[in-house]
Design a protein around this ligand. Structure first.
Ligand code: LLP
Length: 439
């Protein structure tokens, strides 16, 4: 049985996370419950940063807050000296509400609204990652109106796409994001930005995919970008101060996954950037990366209470839990796989095969197919691991199920950081129908 971070079996035979008994957490905060192992998040943040420090390079490790955004999470990111990537007014507002330093916030998105851009300018955030021509004109217009100036990165699609173990290179990348590096679009964007009195072009950004298990794609992307940087120095006297290579570093959800340690991804990226800078006689640009999943993914565990069971004779046994696709849509959306254990009977042999169903009114609401657990009983506490990224952030109210609470645990202490939604919350935005029928 693989236990992440500070997860362990305690003397009562229960799962313990951050020194806190899972049964205590379930009793105190209810289930479903997202539990974050703060020490593991800190450890991951440090290892990404230390790899840059060890190389003596200026860098920014920006937490991609889309993976899990909340005031407490942003404050933890700040405490760990991370920068922050936000992709919407809502994520930006959360960051500002958490007191995160605006100058370390990077704003992404392929369709930022006028209001969102205005907000970013007013907060004086660190940089906007510009995605398209419409956005360049909007920023220019807003800056002219208000007198603001702003640093930007250009999001480019380098024609390298990475999926887990494979990466593919395409001449023309079919993606809704960014400027194509290979068809002249990026040059047109540079030509539009360089003369601006309001927009300063800091450098370029690319993000080649998610849950990536090797480093070849990052190396290839860096090579492609440097070829262009060499041309742009010649044609525009443009030197990129920053090279942002995005996120996407893989994590271990199940034994099928074999991610590299954080330091290895960073070391290979540094190696590639250094080699190319040397080859084209550039000084080394500041390297930025944007890990989301790899900072918080395996630090999150969801605790569920088992309820009903159903036997399909000769086929399968279903055990249903008190959550499902409303708190973790990844299995339904991406066929994502997870591991789980019986948190109250961790020491018992996990030798009965069951499939874990959610409680939503949808056949596809299955969290895990065919997993071995001890003989499950109603009331058992099930711990599903690795739910820290894109779990709460993609949670929804399907079937008007309230979203679970979130608890941070560290050094034997638990801390509620997001309250459980209530039924009052569920109807709080609803307005009554004004019937025309006279009562
Ligand atoms: N930077 C950019 C520009 C991104 O688009 C993303 C993720 C990241 C950084 C962070 O990637 P990470 O390190 O977390 O892989 N909902 C999907 C993942 C969508 C990722 C979108 N972009 C999932 O649950 O797997």
């Amino acid at each position: 049985m693989f236990l992440h971070g500070t997860c362990r079996q305690n003397q009562h035979g229960h799962l313990e996370i951050g020194g806190v008994d899972a049964l205590y957490l379930a009793e105190n905060y209810g289930t479903p419950l997202y539990v974050y192992d703060v020490a593991l998040i800190r450890e991951r943040a440090k290892s990404f940063q230390q790899a840059f420090t060890a190389a003596g390079l200026r860098a920014q490790v920006a937490y991609a807050s889309k993976a899990f955004s909340s005031v407490a999470m942003i404050q933890l990111a700040q405490e760990e000296g991370l920068s922050l990537d936000v992709v919407s007014g809502g994520e930006l507002y959360t960051a500002i509400s958490a007191g995160f330093p605006a100058e370390r916030i990077h704003f992404h998105g392929n369709n930022k609204s006028r209001e969102e851009l205005q907000m970013a300018l007013e907060y004086h955030i660190g940089c906007i990652v510009v995605d398209n021509f419409y956005e360049i004109s909007l920023i220019e217009e807003l800056c002219k109106e208000s007198g603001y100036t702003v640093d930007v990165l250009l999001r480019i699609t380098p024609g390298v796409e990475a999926h887990t173990h494979d990466y593919i290179t395409t001449g023309q990348e079919d993606s809704k994001f960014g400027f194509d590096l290979n068809n002249g679009q990026t040059e047109r964007a540079i030509e539009q930005i360089l003369p601006s009195n309001h927009i300063r072009l800091l450098g370029v950004h690319c993000h080649i995919g998610s849950q990536i298990f090797d480093t070849a794609g990052f190396v290839l992307a860096a090579e492609k970008i440097f070829t262009k940087l060499d041309e742009w120095r010649e044609s525009y006297s443009f030197i990129s101060k920053v090279l942002n290579l995005g996120g996407g570093f893989g994590i271990r959800y199940t034994e099928e996954d074999e991610p590299l340690p954080a330091t290895v991804y960073v070391e290979k990226i540094i190696e590639a950037v250094k080699a190319n800078a040397e080859r084209y006689s550039f000084s080394i640009p500041e390297i930025w990366i944007e890990p989301g999943r790899s900072l918080v993914g395996d630090a999150g565990t969801t605790l569920y209470t088992v309820g009903a069971q159903k036997e399909v004779p000769g086929t399968r046994r279903y055990a249903a839990v008190d959550g499902g696709m409303s708190d973790n849509i990844r299995p339904a959306l991406y066929q994502a796989k997870y591991e789980a254990i019986s948190a109250n009977r961790i020491e018992e042999e996990h030798n009965t095969t069951v499939s874990i169903a959610g409680k939503c009114c949808e056949s596809g609401d299955m969290l895990i197919w065919d997993i071995d657990l001890p003989e499950v009983k109603a009331g058992d506490l099930l711990a599903v691991f690795c739910t820290g990224a894109y779990g709460y952030s993609m949670a929804n109210n399907y079937n008007r199920i309230p979203r679970p609470a979130v608890v941070f645990v560290e050094d034997g202490e638990a801390h509620l950081v997001i309250k459980r939604e209530t039924y009052e919350d569920i109807v709080k935005l609803d307005l009554p129908f004004k019937t025309k029928v006279k009562q």
